[in-house]
Write a protein that binds this ligand. Structure first.
Ligand code: BES
Ligand code: MN
Ligand code: ZN
Length: 507
């Protein structure tokens, strides 16, 4: 989807807009006579009447669509409730709500009016560039939909032109360059997120580990990044017992994908970003129940987040080194699958007793961390749809985090706040590690139901070799049953923007 964005004062092209969007705050609706018009006196009166009846309260995401019946150059005005105090997230949310209304109206060419109140509020708290970025992201993220595979392709709505139009006179010129770069960033970030969503939404029969590696290779080639795809034979040479163990039950062999981005060749520092890439998780011999199992196509959401972020990093070219690692496998039951009671020797040399073959993510991630470390990573962030338990704790509202390094966690958290993606840290008391002690090996792969997200995280952390590490469990946030705000149903692409913020805005 290529939407053309512009910023500037109203031009003669105004008439071409099919709809005009106007963000409205509660404050404006209670203002009396003499205040600046919202859009046009009669339309303003109609809106205020809706407010008086309590039908339009300018709450966040609330939308009131009005036909203009010749009173205004565009056929419809879309009023969107907006809280001026809500910063970038408020703007992203308002733009997303507007986008959904535009889709209903099938309005392809639109104007977004930016009243002084919105601009001044936004500029004071986040600056013009981030305001522009948030609005652009909100529109592009909310309009992204899963492309279904059907015999007959149905017609899709595509937004074509968006003109941001400041309503007050004073601000236009001086902010134009900031707006343009904000728009460009918003487009890029949204592309990264939508790439992650598209990959995650692919059915398991179209996205095997080999196919995921192919997508990574395509991306690396386009961005001129170095990539290694380690097949099952090289993985065996490198003793990747975790990856191979999980993959051995499937006809589709596993892969270890490593992408190198060298933005600062003189530095020894390198971020290791590791994404869980289980292309389908049946649970293996410890088979999952049938209900809802189709959602397990999203068990490579962590891998998708890492690839989405790498796409943007590859475009923005920050002066920093990144090693992206994606251990990818299909977790299947079969006569050759791993079984409870088996002991695997991991790439690090540690041994693991399998007590539940459905706790497979941590096994491939352990080798993923070791791979990142052997390739030179000095700090590690893993992203994984690791545990159902994280949704029991946090629902779909926040990604769970486990860390061995408060300082690094604070950086990840700050990045997530800039991105408007919520992360909640869970405790990592040393006592929890007792749950994954084994009589048969160094560790066992499940610590049982209690504190499942923490013990799952700590299992992975065991393979960090003492390096700073943060684990992000996106099992509750990577997939939604119904859309909300700027997130569409199905794959959300969560953590793409957090990872970008972390890498790109790092000194
Ligand atoms: N991929 C699942 C976790 C998951 C569950 C993701 C629901 C998205 C939605 C993971 O591999 C898994 O099966 N975890 C087990 C761990 C347990 C066996 C220790 C779980 O959560 O039940
Ligand atoms: Mn599983
Ligand atoms: Zn899984």
């Amino acid at each position: 989807m290529s939407v053309q964005f512009t910023y500037g004062t109203r031009s003669t092209e105004q008439a071409a807009a099919e709809a005009v969007i106007r963000f409205v705050s509660k404050k404006e609706l209670v203002q009396g006579e003499g205040a600046m018009p919202i859009v046009q006196p009669q339309i303003d009166d109609a809106l205020k009447a809706q407010y008086a009846k309590g039908l339009f309260k300018a709450d966040a995401e609330q939308v009131e669509v009005m036909p203009t019946l010749g009173l205004y150059p565009a056929a419809h005005i879309v009023f969107v409730g907006h809280d001026e105090e809500a910063g970038a997230s408020g703007l992203r949310l308002a733009a997303a709500a507007a986008a959904k209304a535009l889709k209903k109206l099938r309005a392809e060419k639109v104007q977004i009016l930016l009243p002084d109140a919105v601009l001044e509020g936004a500029y004071a708290s986040i600056g013009a560039e981030r305001a522009a970025q948030a609005l652009t992201e909100g529109l592009l993220l909310a309009l992204h939909v899963r492309q279904p595979l059907k015999r007959e392709q149905s017609e899709r709505f595509t937004l074509k032109e968006v003109a941001f139009v400041p309503q007050g006179a004073a601000v236009a010129a001086e902010h134009a360059t900031l707006w343009e770069s904000g728009i460009a960033k918003g487009k890029l970030y949204a592309e990264g997120v939508n790439l992650a969503r598209d990959l995650t939404n692919l059915p398991g029969n179209d996205l095997t580990p080999e196919r995921l590696a192919y997508h990574a290779e395509e991306m690396a080639r386009e961005l001129d990044l170095e990539i290694e795809v380690i097949d099952e034979w090289s993985a065996a040479e490198q003793r990747m017992g975790g990856l191979l163990g999980v993959g051995q039950g499937s006809i589709n062999p596993p892969r270890m994908i490593v992408i190198h981005y060298k933005g600062n060749p003189g530095s020894e520092e390198a971020w290791g970003l590791i994404g869980k890439g289980i292309t389908f998780d049946t649970g293996g011999i410890s088979l999952k129940r049938a209900e809802g199992m189709q959602e397990m196509i999203s068990d490579m959401g962590g891998a998708a987040a890492v690839l989405g972020a790498m796409r943007v990093i590859g475009e923005l070219k920050p002066a920093i080194n990144v090693i992206a690692v994606i251990p990818t496998a299909e977790n299947m039951p079969s006569d050759r699958a791993i079984k409870p009671g088996d002991v695997l020797r991991m790439m690090s040399g540690h041994t693991v007793e399998i007590v539940n073959t459905d706790a497979e993510g941590r096994l491939v991630l352990a080798d993923g961390l070791t791979t990142a470390i052997t390739r030179g990573a000095t700090k590690l962030v893993d992203v994984a749809t690791l545990t159902g338990a994280v949704s029991v704790a946090l629902g779909t509202q926040a990604t769970g985090a486990v860390t061995n390094h408060e300082e690094l966690f604070k950086q990840v958290q700050a990045a997530s706040e800039r991105a408007g993606e919520r992360i909640w840290q869970l405790p990592a008391y040393p006592e929890y590690k007792k749950q994954i002690k084994s009589d048969a090996a160094d560790l066992k792969n499940s610590g049982g139901r209690y504190a499942g997200t923490i013990t799952g995280g700590l299992f992975i952390g065991h393979f960090a070799e003492g390096l700073p590490w943060v684990h992000l469990d996106i099992a509750g946030t990577a997939w939604l049953e119904s859309s909300r705000g700027w997130e569409t149903k199905g794959a959300t692409g969560v953590m793409v923007r957090t990872l970008i913020e972390l890498i790109v805005h790092h000194e």
